[in-house]
Design a protein around this ligand. Structure first.
Ligand code: SF4
Ligand code: SF4
Ligand code: SF4
Ligand code: F3S
Length: 412
């Protein structure tokens, strides 16, 4: 089995295939702090792709309430448990063994789902959820760990919950692809989107078993498995709305809370993101390091990144996002001028922003956060398309529009 490099783990690991010849990778950043669990993203995906017979229990996008919720139920604790049983007491990180480029979060010293599998009957450790576990995607919605009578304060609450937005991660090392005996699951060279070829699929369900995020789903009416297709027609730019320019997906563009930013990043022959300082996703993940992968220890190198919720106990978040949590929360709660500007690009346009620049604006205020003095500036961030055309321009200060008195006819 070839050795591939997994930068999220800070080390090489075994994987069934060599990195492909891909040049771009589908990627996204989700800001957990802003999600209101309106499920607009969920319904945007459902009403576009999964409204047919046999797809009733299929939610390619779902938003679950942590720590108790999950779709399918307990998907993450089940896989964590399987991994712990396979490598007891050793699923740990060495956060001190870090390197700014090749191991920014430290080094994972445990085993990935590929390394705990036998490589013969299974390419990755996993399980197939029961039908019962797929039935209630919103179970435990809004359920907190407890409801302290004295209230709660930052930085960490002892009564807490948060919303976790989930789609397929279009992983760099997809477990679904590694597991399929028919090679029906594959990763596209043009954009790294992971698809299941419906002609080749024979319903073996090894993909369902192997995906640690449980984002490959079996459809009984066709006896094949399906998954999030990354809205590839939009990403390819075939939507007439954008005249050939790549467009963000349905679940991204519908987001009410403006928590999602999706795009395409450049990747090299080793499957890693190439340095591209002015790509907003590259900036947030690799420069500001404000966004982290979900369960990097599984080893698939997922390409959806999360800005962690700043009120949640750190031990829980570190299990979920790795040792970079506190640094990411610090970078979010006390953002640089550039980070604050780039965050304004979230949901400012439907077209994919390939690069940005920030124009400095005037100082607008001062405040103190956690004992630190901060200055605010009304900078402008400008986003450019794949052709270098300006597609969006937003300021850090939202414009305030006062409605004239004569239009106040809707007051009761
Ligand atoms: Fe959260 Fe946005 Fe989805 Fe609403 S649309 S649930 S804010 S991710
Ligand atoms: Fe495959 Fe699961 Fe990764 Fe999606 S999240 S690419 S289904 S392993
Ligand atoms: Fe659904 Fe498209 Fe979002 Fe995938 S990217 S979850 S297919 S809306
Ligand atoms: Fe392969 Fe999954 Fe189909 S394992 S055959 S893609 S059900």
């Amino acid at each position: 089995m070839p050795d591939v490099y997994n930068w999220q783990l800070g080390r090489p690991m075994a994987y069934r295939f060599e990195p492909g010849k891909q040049q771009r990778q589908f990627a996204a950043v989700f800001n957990i702090n802003r999600c209101i669990a309106c499920q607009t993203c969920t319904m945007a995906c459902k009403s576009t792709w999964t409204f047919s017979p046999g797809q009733e229990l299929m939610w390619w996008n779902n938003v679950e309430t942590k720590p108790y919720g999950g779709y399918p139920h307990n998907w993450d604790t089940k896989i964590l448990d399987l991994q712990e049983k396979a490598n007891p007491g050793k699923q740990t990180w060495d956060a001190a063994r870090r390197d700014a480029q090749s191991a920014p979060y430290g080094t994972f010293e445990g085993k990935t789902i590929f390394e705990t599998a036998d490589g013969v009957t299974n390419q990755a450790t996993g399980y197939i959820p029961t039908e019962e576990e797929w039935k209630a995607p919103n179970i435990f919605e809004d359920t907190a760990t407890k409801y302290p009578s004295a209230g709660v304060t930052l930085p960490e609450h002892d009564g807490w919950f948060f919303y976790l937005q989930r789609i397929c991660n279009h992983c760099t090392y997809p477990a679904c692809v590694a597991a399929c005996p028919r090679n029906a699951a594959y990763k596209r060279e043009e954009d790294g989107i992971v698809l299941i070829d419906q002609q080749r699929c024979r319903g073996y369900r090894k993909c369902v078993e192997a995906c640690p995020y449980k984002k490959a789903m079996y459809r009984p009416s066709t006896r094949t498995s399906e998954k999030c297709i990354g809205c590839y027609p939009r990403v390819e730019g075939s939507d007439p709305l954008t005249e050939g320019l790549p467009m963000e997906t349905r679940c991204m563009t519908a987001c009410i809370g403006k928590i999602r930013l999706q795009g395409l990043v450049k990747v090299g022959p080793d499957g890693q993101w190439l340095q591209d300082r002015q790509n907003p996703l590259y900036y947030l993940v690799h420069v500001a390091r404000v966004a982290l992968p979900l369960y990097p220890q599984f080893g698939t190198q997922p390409n959806v990144y999360y800005i962690p919720p700043r009120w949640v106990p750190r031990a829980y978040l570190e299990q979920m996002f790795g040792p970079g949590v506190q640094d990411a929360i610090d970078a979010y709660t006390n953002p640089s001028r550039e980070t604050l500007a780039v965050l304004q690009l979230f949901r400012a346009t439907q077209e994919i922003v390939f690069s940005y620049k920030v124009e400095p604006g005037p100082k607008t205020g001062e405040l103190t956060v956690a004992g630190q003095k901060r200055e605010l500036f009304n900078d402008t961030v400008i986003g450019f398309s794949s052709t270098g055309k300006e597609i969006v321009r937003v300021t850090v200060d939202e414009p305030l529009i006062e409605r004239p008195a004569q239009f106040a006819m809707n007051t009761i």
